[in-house]
Design a protein around this ligand. Structure first.
Ligand code: MN
Ligand code: MN
Ligand code: MN
Length: 287
C-alpha cells in the first residue's frame, strides 16, 4: 500500500484543488493519504468527498507553523477531531494572522513601486481554486510575474519574498508547546515535519527533538519526498534513539516540480509507522 501523509492543495499554497490532489494521489497508487494544508482545515471536506468515491483512505491532516528557538517549525497533525474547540480557535487565530501578514506584504511592496499586490495575489490564488484563506507568498510571486515586476517566481523570492527579504513578514506563530497542546486536545497523532530542513546544527536538532518529545510529539517525518538517503538514515537513528514513530510524505505542492504525490524514499523497516495508530487503518489491517 502506498502511503502519503504530507501534501498541499489550494486551501493553502498548493496548485491543485483538494479533489484534484486526491484524484492525482489515487492515480499515483496512493491508498492512504493525509492532506496537510498549512494552518487550515478548509480543504478536508472536499478531499473527503473525493476520497469516498475512490478506493483511497483519507486521514484528517494539517501542517501547523510554530516557533521554537527563534525559528519557524512545522508540525504535522493527523486523525484528529476537526471540530475540537481548541483546534478550531487556533486555526481562526492563524487565519486572521495570515490576513494581517498579507496586508503587511501588500503595504511593503506598494512602497517599492508594486501597488495592488494583495488584490493581484488574491486573483492568482482564486484562479487556482476558491479559498477563504489569505494569499501566501507563492501567490504574491505569481502576481509579481504577471505584473512584470520580475521574470519568474524564483526571482520574486530571491529579490523580494525569500527568507530575510522585504516581503518575508514574520507572523506571530504559537510556540511549539502551544501547537502541540492544541493538536493533543484534538486527539491528533503528531509528527515533526522535515527535521533536516531547518538548517540547524546537529545539537540544535537534537534539542528540538527532545523538546518535541517533551511537548507530547509522537513521530518524526523520517521520509520527506526524495530527500537525500543519508538524511533518512540520520533521522531513522534519531527516531530509534528518542523512541519516536515515523511518518512519510511527499510534501507535494504542484505538478511538474521536485515532488510528486506518493513519491518518497522507503521507510527503514525496523521503524514503527505512525499510521498504524490511525484507528481505521488498524481495522482494515485486521480484516
Ligand atoms: Mn508549503
Ligand atoms: Mn513544511
Ligand atoms: Mn508541507
Amino acid at each position: 500500500m502506498s502511503v502519503d501523509l504530507h501534501c498541499h492543495s489550494t486551501a493553502s499554497d498548493g496548485a491543485l484543488a483538494p479533489a484534484l490532489v486526491v484524484a492525482r494521489a489515487h492515480e499515483q497508487g496512493v491508498r492512504l493519504l493525509a492532506l496537510t494544508d498549512h494552518d487550515t482545515l478548509e480543504g478536508l471536506d472536499e478531499a473527503r468527498a473525493a476520497a469516498n468515491a475512490l478506493d483511497l483512505q483519507l486521514i484528517n491532516g494539517i501542517e501547523l507553523s510554530c516557533l521554537w528557538g527563534g525559528a519557524t517549525i512545522h508540525v504535522l497533525g493527523y486523525a484528529f477531531d476537526a471540530t475540537a474547540p481548541a483546534l478550531v480557535q487556533a486555526i481562526a487565530d492563524l487565519r486572521a494572522g495570515r490576513w494581517l501578514r498579507a496586508e503587511e506584504i501588500d503595504r511593503r511592496l506598494a512602497l517599492k513601486g508594486m501597488p495592488g499586490a494583495l488584490d493581484g495575489a488574491r486573483a492568482e490564488q482564486q484562479a487556482l481554486g476558491d479559498s477563504g484563506n489569505a494569499p501566501a507568498r507563492p501567490h504574491f510571486a505569481d502576481f509579481m510575474v504577471s505584473a512584470g515586476h520580475v521574470k519568474d517566481r524564483a526571482e520574486a523570492f530571491r529579490k523580494w519574498l525569500g527568507s530575510g527579504k522585504l516581503g518575508d513578514v514574520k507572523q506571530h506563530w504559537p510556540t511549539l508547546e502551544q501547537a502541540l497542546g492544541t493538536l493533543r486536545e484534538a486527539g491528533a497523532w503528531i509528527s515533526l515535519a522535515h527535521p533536516m530542513q531547518y538548517n540547524f546544527t546537529r545539537s540544535k536538532r537534537r534539542k528540538l527533538i527532545a523538546d518535541f518529545c517533551q511537548a507530547g510529539g509522537h513521530a518524526l517525518e523520517v521520509v520527506n519526498g526524495l530527500q537525500p538517503a543519508e538524511q533518512v538514515g540520520s533521522l531513522a537513528i534519531l527516531a530509534r534513539e528518542f523512541g519516536l514513530m515515523a511518518s512519510v510524505g511527499s510534501d507535494f505542492h504542484a505538478p511538474g516540480t521536485w515532488s510528486e504525490l506518493g513519491m518518497h524514499r522507503p521507510l527503514p523497516d525496523d521503524l514503527t509507522p505512525l499510521w498504524l495508530r490511525f484507528a481505521h487503518v488498524q481495522q482494515s489491517a485486521a480484516l
